[in-house]
Design a binder for this molecule. Structure first.
Ligand SMILES: Nc1nc2c(c(=O)[nH]1)N[C@H]1C(S)=C(S)[C@@H](COP(=O)(O)OP(=O)(O)OC[C@H]3O[C@@H](n4cnc5c(=O)[nH]c(N)nc54)[C@H](O)[C@@H]3O)O[C@H]1N2
Ligand SMILES: Nc1nc2c(c(=O)[nH]1)N[C@H]1C(S)=C(S)[C@@H](COP(=O)(O)OP(=O)(O)OC[C@H]3O[C@@H](n4cnc5c(=O)[nH]c(N)nc54)[C@H](O)[C@@H]3O)O[C@H]1N2
Ligand SMILES: [Mo]
Length: 780
């Protein structure tokens, strides 16, 4: 699959010019294989797959070393997902999962790429490679620059790179013409230092991956329960009577969550799953950390599967609550938690009045879930008082994403299921430190109190204007209102919506800078000049002036703990993220800075001291983070202290979404396969869904396939029409799948070209990656 080096390349006059396009280049098909979707997740197959994967890229000894240190107290925080580690006993085998090991193996690669690689491959050539192909090239080894008009990246010294950034930033007529993106792997220390630099420089343009992820959760929760984070802790799962998992595929994306669900079941809890797809991970689970259990066939997880239509969740939740209300009328005081509602909430009357306006049968229709199944779910909830609702991208990436979350909260409030053991809200975060980055101030809309603290601790005047979140940042670049784009990690081009539009936006910049561990397409669709700054990853030993450093992160449940790399870095030219920020800050701000950057980067204890002064909840940070397992951050909702204007938790009145598609259109959701971490594609298999060797597939209901005159295996193009604009994604293979009629699924990032830049959630601007109207045409 290696592209032919002579097939492309600028400056080859005899070849037709290749259109610069941001979209993932269609791979040559390598032979799709389908099997029945799996019934069971993890188990022996998970372990062997993970080991094979790890040893393919890492020396075997190193692989074993990292696995045993993974998610242990004082070990490495897995750079995979943000699921927390048990507070009590942790498996001696390491708290790892198949996909965590793939994440580690991807980072801890033996192969590196430096000047020889970039000399050999022009940017134009590499543009023809997908993120999958690029990721396999190895770890970035030295800073590289692409000069204006250049065809190849060339080596550059760290100091020259810093000066180039500093000069460019100083010449902008306003700091608001620069954009500073963050992906969620960045540690607390790096994130704090980064936002400190950006604010001293003078802007709040700090978009982050969270804008495309759980922003709807943050907004919905902050409005209703006064904190934009979840309220549950891991032990709550062991006590819960019912856990509802909505719009989430934990078997693939948060595999260690299955251990928590298993413990819930063992203690008598029940699980309801709400998803358009019957995801294997939620059916049956064989815990790889409990070999004895594995031999007996594992644990059945889901008790009741509600197969909603895409975006049928509000209708479903309303139907459920209406049914619960009927039951409450029949036996007053037995279904709703009146003590809680009266003491802690506001807006019940208006909420119930709104709910009663709906016709139960209409809601059933709109949800796509059979009536009997909804009644069964209501019956499971009727007498229960300890309910947890978990969710991820299936709820947040919708136009009504914020309302989805407010509706989830409504149900919990009716049942008094928040702020007590065994109950609460559980938005399951994506990146391993995405929650911590926000806590550290990576936010385009910072609270005045946070800025006041920065001012009083550091003595500079931070900017007060809100900055750009992701969608607005892309538009600002497109409209040439911003011209410098700096990314602390991530793959902005491929992760963002509307790939071609985003590509145009990035290409209008005068300078694009990527701080990265691995090569990706964001390095290849660039501004007039571009820099690649290679950094240490989570697994690497980080040596600074005062010796080896550890960093800290916050998991999905608000536990802050340390993480320390154990592997020799793949190249001795790499810098840590805090050191890079310090270098850029020094070169940009020079004498005018109030911050001692060298001191901060030389010993991260100094950064943590500063954090302790600025961010509430981090008092004695240096001491507490050194305790095994770390510490919990304060969380009002957890203690029924609702930090809303009235001090009460708020019921919300929401509308049932009225979105529809034309007769020949389908509703498309973009999802992750079992072999990827966002835009980092480990392989071409989606084992649990039984789809092998290809990612350019479109999962479709068998009856829809027949009705459209298509066939399994046929190659089609997907065409989106949005407000008169047409977007096309070429070459996808039709795969029959158990999915509701008129709903289809494709993989992110291949289908991102179809997500319109203007289609995003009201109130959070999270792109509508789970609801795109598309037509299907046979590929010619
Ligand atoms: N191995 C691995 N781990 C990861 C990641 C990864 O890519 N790979 N990514 C990380 C990140 S950043 C994140 S945010 C999380 C993402 O974790 P998830 O949110 O689990 O990821 P998605 O694949 O986007 O899955 C969304 C799920 O929602 C369902 N869904 C889609 N639309 C709807 C809807 O309208 N209603 C309902 N009820 N369900 C719907 C889909 O069928 C799918 O099961 O995982 C994190 N962990
Ligand atoms: N259509 C569609 N689009 C989506 C989504 C979807 O479900 N559907 N999901 C959205 C979501 S939830 C998210 S979170 C975003 C993800 O958006 P991003 O966070 O921007 O993307 P990633 O693919 O996670 O970034 C991978 C890159 O990060 C770099 N990297 C890895 N580790 C490190 C590190 O330790 N330090 C640094 N500096 N760099 C590192 C590597 O170079 C790698 O290529 O995508 C969003 N986009
Ligand atoms: Mo995410």
């Amino acid at each position: 699959m290696e592209p032919q080096p002579d097939a492309q390349g600028q400056g080859q006059q005899d070849k037709p010019a290749i259109k610069v396009t941001g979209a993932q280049p269609p791979l040559e098909f390598t032979g799709l294989k389908l099997s029945k979707p799996a019934n069971t997740s993890a188990g022996i197959k998970g372990i062997t797959t993970a080991f094979t994967h790890a040893t393919r890229y890492m020396a075997a000894g190193q692989a074993v070393k990292t696995m045993f240190r993974l998610n242990q107290k004082g070990g490495i925080d897995c750079p995979g997902c943000a699921w927390p580690d048990p507070d009590d006993e942790r498996s001696k085998l390491g708290e790892y999962c198949e996909n965590g090991i793939k994440a580690i193996a991807e980072e801890a690669q033996k192969k590196t790429i430096g000047r020889a690689f970039f000399q050999q491959h022009s940017v134009a050539e590499m543009r023809q490679w997908s993120d999958f192909e690029l990721g396999k090239k190895g770890r970035l080894a030295e800073p590289m620059v692409l000069q204006a008009g250049g065809t190849h990246y060339e080596p550059v010294s760290w100091e020259a790179a810093f000066q180039m950034i500093g000069q460019e930033l100083r010449t902008l007529d306003t700091p608001d013409r620069a954009i500073f993106y963050t992906s969620g792997r960045t540690s607390n220390e790096a994130a704090f230092l980064y936002q400190l630099f950006v604010r001293e420089y003078g802007t709040n343009n700090l978009p982050d991956c969270s804008n495309m992820c759980h922003e709807s959760s943050g907004q919905g929760l902050a409005q209703t329960v006064g904190i934009g984070k979840g309220s549950v802790t891991l032990p709550d799962f062991y006590e819960a009577e019912v856990v509802i998992v909505m719009g989430q595929n934990p078997g693939t994306n948060h595999p260690r969550m299955l251990s928590a669900l298993e413990r819930c079941k063992e203690n008598g809890g029940q699980i309801i799953t709400v998803n358009p797809l019957p995801e294997a991970g939620l059916r049956q689970f064989k815990n790889p950390q409990r070999p004895g259990k594995m031999l007996t066939g594992g644990t059945k997880l889901t008790d009741l599967f509600l197969q909603v239509k895409i975006n049928g969740d509000i209708a479903l939740l309303k139907a459920l609550m209406l049914q619960l209300w009927y039951e409450e009328q029949k036996a007053p005081g037995t279904v709703f938690d009146w003590d809680f509602i009266q003491e802690y909430t506001q807006g019940y009357e208006a909420f119930i009045a709104g709910l009663k306006q709906h016709d139960f049968e209409d809601l059933v229709q709109a949800s796509g879930v059979p009536r009997a199944a909804i009644k069964a779910a209501a019956e499971m909830l009727r007498r229960k008082k300890k309910i947890i609702i978990c969710w991820a991208m299936g709820l947040t990436q919708h136009e009504n994403g914020v309302d989805n979350i407010r509706e989830v909260v409504n149900l919990l409030l009716l049942k008094g299921s928040i702020g007590k053991p065994g109950a609460g809200t559980c938005p399951v975060r994506g990146h391993s430190n995405v929650q911590g980055d926000r806590t550290m101030g990576i936010w385009e809309a910072p609270k005045p109190a946070f800025l006041d603290q920065l001012k009083s601790v550091f003595g500079f005047e931070p900017p007060r204007r809100h900055g750009f979140a992701v969608v607005d940042a892309i538009k600002a670049m497109h409209q040439e209102q911003a011209s410098v784009f700096f990314a602390m990690g991530g793959n902005f081009l491929s992760a963002s919506p509307d790939t071609e539009y985003t590509a145009e936006a990035l290409q209008k910049c005068s300078l694009t800078v990527q701080v990265s561990t691995k090569l990706n397409r964001s390095h290849l669709i660039h501004g007039k000049r571009a820099l690649i700054l290679p950094c240490l990853g989570r697994t690497d030993i980080d040596r600074q002036e005062s010796g080896p450093q550890f960093v800290s992160v916050e998991n999905s449940m608000g536990v802050v703990h340390s993480s320390e790399g154990v592997l020799e870095p793949p190249s001795d030219t790499l810098m840590s993220e805090p050191a890079i920020v310090a270098g850029v800050a020094r070169a940009t701000l020079g004498e005018r800075s109030k911050v001692n950057w060298a001191q901060m980067a030389g010993n991260y204890d100094h950064i943590r001291e500063a954090i302790a002064k600025v961010v509430p909840g981090f008092e004695d940070y240096n001491e507490r983070v050194r305790e095994p397992g770390g510490f919990y951050l304060p969380n009002g909702a957890r203690n029924r202290q609702f930090n809303t204007p009235s001090g009460k938790a708020l019921f919300s009145v929401t509308a049932v979404p009225q979105k529809s598609v034309d007769e020949d259109e389908y509703i498309m959701m973009t999802v992750r396969s079992h072999d990827q971490f966002n835009t980092t594609v480990y392989g071409l298999n989606d084992r649990y869904r039984g789809i092998y060797n290809e990612r350019r597939v479109v999962m479709m209901n068998q009856e829809d396939i027949a009705q459209a005159g298509l066939k399994s295996g046929q190659v089609v193009d997907l065409i989106g029409q949005y407000k008169g604009q047409v977007r096309t994604a070429r070459k996808f293979i039709v795969v029959p799948y158990d999915i509701p009629r008129r709903c289809i699924a494709t993989y992110f990032p291949e289908a991102n070209v179809l997500v319109p830049i203007d289609a995003y959630a009201k109130g959070s601007k999270t792109p509508e990656s789970k609801w795109v109207a598309v037509r299907i045409r046979v590929h010619e």
